[in-house]
Design a binder for this molecule. Sequence first.
Ligand code: HEC
Ligand code: HEC
Length: 274
Amino acid sequence: MRDRWIIIFILLLTGSFLLTVVSAEMPPMKSEKYQVPSEYPPHELGEIVRLGRAIVEQTNVHPLSKEYVGNSLTCSSCHLKAGTDPRAATFLGIATAYPAWSPREKRVITLEDRVLNCFMRSQNGMRPPLGSKVSTAITAYITWLSSGNTIRMNHEKPLGPNHVRPLKLRTELANAKRGATLFSNQCADCHGSEGTGGEAGPPVWGENSYNTGAGMSRNDKLAAWLKVAMPPDETNLSEQDALDIAAYVNSHDRPEFVLEEHLPEAKQLGVYRW
Ligand code: HEC
Ligand code: HEC
């Protein structure tokens, strides 16, 4: 009788130990629903959120943002469907990760700072002033896309719970030569054989593309994104294909990133460094 209780006790102990291990391994908040809210907020707040969405979709031509953009991309070029596509660098749920530790800036940054970083790097432009209408509108729109989600912040990196997962393949295994053939077969129709874009797709290299400070300029980041984002209607690249194509795309020239050239004069800046 006593033995039986001891066995049950041991089983319970191992069970709860295993449960702790498993839950520590699980990605955060799997049970949470990340979705576009069914309604805009009322009044002025709703208007700003709508404005933010419009800027995200027309960043390079919108009157409020175009002066801060140095290429022909929009936020939506990479954050597909204005960031509502759940896989390709989604904006769904990401406001829950901020304030977050940023290894790049070596400080804790806000969601607004993160938005402004994409202007300097992915948009090859100038950092809009903190608190400006353009910056507030985009940040309000992105925050709205986290409505109802639990704030957790992120003490490791400025990335939301649904960020693009890294490939398992080692980046050194990239074969740009093989990537060239794949690119002309699967990408050139829309992005042009010279990569400079056209009617059907934006430039992927050259002076109107993202600069060397952008996440996409790293082969591992670009490959992981391509795997879930391109070609738009049939995203079925293997890891090797995605990596080879990424290496080929990033082997071409693009604007060189020099931080100081993307920061406005001090009085326009707000605070960039602590
Ligand atoms: C050239 C592609 C590209 C463009 C253009 C771009 N971004 Fe990004 N952005 C990225 C990538 C890649 C990431 C990292 C996403 C990931 O790993 O899931 C990122 C990350 C972000 C994040 C943090 C996401 C998170 O999970 O916390 C925000 C916010 C953001 N971008 C906002 C913007 C805004 C606003 C614009 C337009 C002004 C913009 N981006 C333009 C590629 C781009
Ligand atoms: C059917 C046309 C089409 C095909 C095929 C296609 N793309 Fe795209 N691509 C687009 C469009 C359109 C966007 C911008 C998304 C948006 O604005 O909604 C885009 C965006 C991109 C971007 C991010 C923005 C930029 O220009 O840097 C990259 C990188 C990219 N594509 C690479 C590729 C690669 C590599 C392939 C081949 C595997 C590919 N695409 C195939 C249409 C296409």
